[in-house]
Design a protein around this ligand. Structure first.
Ligand code: HSE
Length: 434
């Protein structure tokens, strides 16, 4: 095959980054594939906006079906995001025997079973490197580079927006709302940034990684997720006094017949390997049973890094086509996993240490009321800080606990919420030592 034709649906940030790389690096990409990759069609509802790249107007269309139904298009690249139209387009493209590249983490996390199944049914390839970690080749690493291993642990900073916000709050001591406003100006966040800051985006990405690691789609709804919106600069500075920083972590562990999968702000020691991953950078730690620990680091968002990931998928599929292979690697890189199910361990069974920030009335006996409730639930205190400074009439009382069971912590907090000496809901951050 001398030419591999691609059609792109979605000419926004990632779409224009994709086109820019294909045009600027055309010579080296052609050398690497051995065929020319031709952009045959690009569909977008807005054809007036300047994308900063020069494409012949004849390839542009407002109708996505012009891309999918074009018999000469070999690879459909879906970059519109969302779960409705994108799903319809991808399924239609697969029915027509086209290979698909997508960056759509929400679609894969929430409807993966259907999409992966359709790819297998129609014997086409589905590539989704850009769905996790922006430009970091984490999908290919798990799918191919680590394919000899059982994956034991995945721990990631998977959302660049939240990481940028936390970095700003840490380095400048500014409140959450100000850090969000600064981040929005940079264009890394989804619009609106709700899914970035409430943990959903990171959970989508974790669902994809867990599915790949185990070869079966996981139920997205079972992944515990919390965001960063209740954290204050005080939490960050108290964490620092205890020797920790705060990161939004996505964590998965292989527990044998179950998997642990959770996204939440976590306190990690200042000398932890993830502690210096700042700004919009992402990092993913993966541990395999034979390879041991691997660490991947890079830009997790943005037009160029994400475009780089999309084009790497196009190159992979173009090489397959060039060499007459149809579907070398199944979407989840397993052929023997059909019917196998893996369930996610309930969060209540988690056993870890906790940071609590209580908003307490400053009067004698308050500390003993709090520690009494914790003691009743078998939660042992490791360290306490109480500063005289008042926030809305209350003082922050901050505690680190020894390891405790999440279900006991939930019960203790529910009881604590009834105490008249506490004036606000307690802020809870789990501690991740390893
Ligand atoms: N909005 C995402 C982030 C990038 O902030 O990491 C796209 O996945």
């Amino acid at each position: 095959m001398e030419r591999v034709n691609i059609g792109i649906i979605g000419f926004g940030t990632v779409g224009s980054g994709t086109v820019e790389i294909l045009l600027k690096n055309k010579a080296i990409i052609t050398d690497r594939v051995g065929s020319e990759i031709v952009i045959r069609k690009i569909a977008d509802l807005d054809l007036q906006k300047d994308r900063g790249v020069s494409v012949d107007r004849s390839v542009l269309t407002t109708n996505a079906l012009d891309v999918i139904d074009d018999a000469k298009v070999h690879i459909v690249v879906e970059l519109i995001g969302g779960t409705d139209k994108a799903k319809e387009y991808i399924l239609r493209a697969m029915e027509k025997g086209k290979h698909v590249v997508t960056a759509n983490k929400a679609l894969l996390a929430e409807h993966g079973k259907e999409i992966y199944g359709a790819a297998e049914k129609h014997g086409v390839s589905l590539a989704f490197e850009a769905s996790v970690g922006g430009g970091i080749p984490i999908i290919r690493s798990i799918r191919e580079g680590l394919s000899a291993n059982h994956i034991k642990t995945i721990m990631g900073i998977l959302n660049g927006t939240s990481n940028y916000i936390l970095t700003q709050m840490t380095q400048k001591g500014i409140p959450y709302s100000q850090a969000v406003a600064e981040t929005l100006k940079l264009g890394y966040a989804e619009d609106p940034p709700t899914l970035d800051v409430n943990g959903t985006d990171a959970a989508h990405k974790l669902a994809i990684l867990v599915s790949l690691a185990f070869g079966v789609p996981v139920s997205f709804g079972s992944i515990h997720r919390e965001g960063i919106d209740r954290l204050t600069p005080d939490d960050i500075s108290f964490a620092g006094e205890f020797g920790y920083c705060i990161k939004l972590l996505a964590i998965a562990r292989n527990l044998g017949n179950k998997v642990e999968a959770r996204v939440h702000p976590a306190m990690i020691p200042l000398d932890h390997i993830m502690a210096n991953v700042n700004g919009v950078y992402n990092a993913i730690y993966v541990e395999g049973d034979f390879v041991g620990p691997n660490l991947y680091y890079g830009l997790g968002a943005g037009k160029k890094p994400t475009g780089s990931a999309v084009v790497s998928d196009v190159i992979h599929l173009a090489r397959q086509l060039k060499n007459g292979a149809k579907n070398l690697i199944p979407p989840l890189a397993h052929v023997g996993s059909k019917g196998r199910e893996i369930s996610i361990r309930p969060m209540e069974e988690l056993h870890t240490s906790y940071y609590f920030r209580f908003s307490a009335i400053d009067r004698p006996g308050v500390l003993s009321r709090i520690s009494g409730v914790l003691g009743d639930h078998g939660i042992s205190i490791y360290s306490v800080i109480q500063k005289g400074r008042k926030v809305n009439g209350s003082v922050p009382v901050v505690m680190l606990t020894h390891e405790a069971l999440e279900s006991s912590v939930l019960k203790a907090l529910a009881q604590m919420d009834q105490l008249e000496v506490l004036t606000d809901k307690t802020v809870v951050i789990r501690v991740e030592e390893t």
